[in-house]
Design a protein around this ligand. Structure first.
Ligand code: SGN
Ligand code: CA
Length: 555
């Protein structure tokens, strides 16, 4: 792939990167674990009420032995753009990847290439989701697009460009391939391992052994579950990501099996009752999916499973579904039932993630690698766990703008069990890895290394404002385009652009301002209020500064 001399190996051999006892010797190994759509609300180290009932001990261990970032954010709350920020250390409009699908500017250097050129062995396993080859990686086992939970297909250097099906559960297989890399690497070289999990992405399919976990646990409802979007711009109400209307009973909540089964002998009574109301099969489906949009049945959900996997799945969901159909829930009761099912399946996926994080960290520990490895745990963005009545992400409101970030840094000088409040963003990851490798950051990279923060030394002039920009509209979930700024206390969001689809005729150019100290749930838009005119003007000015400095071309 690359023939330049491995510069850092020389440094490693002579030990020139060492600097006293406090700072670990560079180049450090890098293990970057990124889940897909993992909310900070469901990591117990973050202390949210949901997570207290579904703890994540292995992820929490990293927080106990490292630094937990309370103000970690993404620039564009969506998978592919977030991955492009990670790889390039650049904002979306700078790296080309503004939305899902095409976009990435492959002329941009990836951090993996810089590490590789400096003598690192590099690997990525799991969800890649960029429409270019895994540039700069010696070893890769990547999923096709979003990949599958059950028996997913992977492409690797050995597979000749083909995706090959493997038997097992995605989270476990992705970790297996990560371990395979660690086992086969050259132990004399530093390594950079990127483990990109598919879970807990929609449609939240748990592993067989956890299908009944949390079944009897009563999880709390978020305070904003019944948000009416009062005081907000039109975007908060016009999205299509509500649990009530947009989460489907068949694909998302796995009730399809009920209907198929109901058409079989054992369910004749139930079907007879529905038929007595004059409903045919199609109408029964529609009855269960009030928006009439979901066409996924049991078959589509389970067609990759082995007979044993299907058997466990069927046993777990049929009983629940029988009870559900008998209850014939409507309105608020139905929405609450949906939330409960969603949350439990999501948390079941997290349980396997936590186990597998534990397995990987144990491998590092057993092989005496913790002492010279930096371990990062994060997600490609945050996620709504029913806040504002939603699932999914995309908005600049906290639950999706924020992302979990926990870093365990080796060395005596590293902080342990400390929380950090600095404003950090996913464009900082590439500079952090380069710093850990002892490589100078290219001038073009916008972000900053987080390593000083891990030793309690926040650099002078650390950023006081973050820039956010979301572009994917019109698209699934119909979240309007927006950019904005946030400081330690306030947030200004600007929604903009032409309306499409059901928003046709509703072009938008609208601002929202929040005081996160007095209104952490972002329910009271203060934009235009006299008392906040000064704050508003300050943030507006900063937003315009970002747009000019960064050469932002739409807003
Ligand atoms: C799929 C999901 C959406 C999700 C996007 C992007 N629908 O389209 O709910 O917002 O992926 O997610 S699904 O029914 O196919 O699951 S991302 O994490 O890749 O950005
Ligand atoms: Ca994602």
């Amino acid at each position: 792939m690359n023939t330049r001399p491995p510069l850092l190996l020389a440094a490693l051999a002579t030990g020139v990167a060492a600097c006293g006892h406090e700072t670990p010797k560079k180049p450090l190994n890098i293990v970057y674990i990124m889940t897909d759509d993992h909310s900070f609300q469901t990591i117990s180290a973050y202390g949210h009420p949901i997570s207290k009932l579904a703890p994540t001990p292995h992820i929490d261990r990293l927080a106990k032995e490292g630094v937990l970032f309370r103000r970690a954010f993404v620039e564009n709350s969506l998978s592919t753009p977030s991955r492009a920020c990670l790889m390039t250390g650049l904002y979306s409009h700078q790296n080309g990847q503004r939305t899902l699908g095409k976009g990435i500017d492959t002329a941009k250097t990836f951090v993996s290439e810089l590490l590789h050129d400096a003598g690192y062995q590099t690997a990525v396993t799991g969800k890649w989701h960029l429409q270019c080859r895994p540039k700069g990686f010696d070893f890769y086992y990547v999923l096709n697009d979003q990949g599958d939970y059950y028996n997913p297909a992977f492409k690797s250097p050995a597979s000749g460009g083909k995706y090959i099906r493997e038997e097992g559960y995605a989270t476990t297989l992705i970790t297996d391939h990560a371990v395979e890399f660690l086992e086969t690497r050259d132990p004399d070289k530093p390594f950079g391992l990127f483990v990109h999990h598919k879970a807990p992405h929609r449609n939240w399919m748990p592993e067989g052994k956890y299908l009944n976990l949390y079944e009897d646990v009563e999880f709390p409802y978020p305070e904003t579950f019944n948000d009416d979007y009062h005081t907000r711009c039109a975007a908060a109400a016009s999205q299509e990501m509500t649990i009530a209307k947009d989460m489907t009973l068949l694909a998302d909540l796995k009730t399809g099996g009920l209907i198929d089964a109901a058409l079989q002998a054992a369910w004749q009574d139930t079907i007879a009752a529905w038929s007595a109301k004059g409903l045919n099969r199609r109408q029964i489906y529609e009855q269960l999916t009030p928006d009439g949009r979901s066409v996924w049945g049991w078959q589509q959900l389970t067609n990759r499973m082995t007979p044993e996997q299907l058997d466990a799945w069927t046993k777990a969901y049929y009983g629940r579904n029988k009870e559900f159909i008998e209850q014939q829930l409507q309105g608020e009761e139905l929405t609450r039932w949906k939330y409960r099912q969603y949350l439990k399946d999501y948390l079941r996926c997290i349980k396997t993630i936590d186990d597998e994080v534990g397995r990987l960290v144990k491998y590092l520990e057993d092989h005496d690698l913790l002492k010279n490895t930096i371990i990062v745990y994060t997600s490609d963005q945050g996620f709504y766990m029913g806040e504002h009545g939603w699932f999914d992400k995309r908005f600049m409101y906290e639950e999706s703008f924020r992302t979990p970030l926990i870093i365990r840094y080796p060395g005596n000088g590293a902080l342990r069990g400390i929380e950090n409040d600095a404003l950090v963003q996913n464009i900082d990851y590439a500079p952090t890895f380069l710093d850990a490798a002892g490589i100078a950051k290219p001038e073009s990279m916008t972000g900053a290394s987080l390593l000083p923060l891990l030793e309690g030394k926040t650099p002078d002039g650390w950023r006081e404002y973050l820039y956010y920009h979301y572009y994917e509209y019109p698209s699934v979930h119909q979240v309007r385009r927006q950019d904005g700024v946030r400081d330690a206390r306030y947030k200004l969001i600007h929604f903009y652009g032409e309306g499409f689809g059901k928003d046709k005729g509703h072009d938008i150019n609208c601002n929202e301002l929040y005081d996160l100290q007095t209104d952490p749930n972002e329910l009271h838009n203060l934009y235009g209020e006299q008392d906040f005119a000064e704050v508003s003007a300050r943030l507006q000015k900063r937003l315009e500064q970002f747009r000019t400095d960064l050469k932002v071309d739409e807003y």
